[in-house]
Design a protein around this ligand. Sequence first.
Ligand code: SF4
Length: 338
Amino acid sequence: MDSGDECPGEPEVYQAHTGKSLSKKCFKEDVKNRVLRTIREFNLFHESDVLLMGLSGGKDSYVMLDILSQIHDPGRLIGVSIIEGIPGYNKPSDIRYMKELARERGVDVIVTSIREYTGLSLYEIVKKAWRNGLNVSPCTYCGILRRRIINFYGRMFGADKTVTAHNLDDIAQTMIANILRGDIIGLIRQNPSFRYRNPKFVHKVKPLRYVYEYEAALYAAIDGFRFQDTECMFINYAPTFRAKIRSVLYRLEKDNPGVALNIVRSIDQITSRLINEGYVKPVSLPMCGRCGEPTNEGRQLCKLCELMEKAGITMPLYQVNFKDYMKLKSLEYPGDHG
Ligand code: SF4
């Protein structure tokens, strides 16, 4: 079903932001078409690209996996699932389930962990940081480490892009946070066309950027996806500023369906113009003086090395799952990515 077409089926799903009631089939088609349009509009990737997907095991990553495996050659998709090492969360059974779903779609998944990369689980890192009197949210460590590991694997596999399943709600929250902090540069860099330059940095794309979180949840539920039954024990330590934005946005969206979509679309239109008309240039990222990974402008030491040092962890391993890597690398990737 394309936008504007009437759904011929039985109304089964109410899509609040369009005011339409759709059959489950049309609803899923609508979400898939929106993802396709996003990919085309921002030129997110090409047919020949090898894509490294971060698969957390949640509903959003399931939807991304399901749609991308339909519209992109599964032989050019690789998943990476990262076990954070948080007691009771992201259990091996959840990861096995995601791996199974990926295999059914012809996609290989490499499983790694924060412990494998750093030598310590996220829980152990956070305990050390807190013991050292560091007042940093576990989510800060978690986010930086996941981004780092995804980029690392993307590079190892010669991926053209790394892909994450951030949904519309995530993007809208980040944009509002940028505006409220007065961080206009950060806001512009949310645009999918913005580029960082660094030979070790793999460009990141987010094809679910116009898909609401409730839509991803409905899509996954329609497919009988088994949702994770445990919440992360650190959820209440999530940055409070973002949590406040999230709750205000939910209330606004409830009373005025479509608000989050309008925010993201409007900001994307403005920032796209700034980028396409050459007012915003790509930014070259320096390398961290310690670990040699890309870091933000003006930094000698990357945020991860800085936070690890402050937590009293002076010799993180920064290593990868070579067993799975060798196994997957022996698979044939067409083109010159092998
Ligand atoms: Fe990581 Fe925070 Fe999410 Fe837990 S709540 S998985 S620590 S980002």
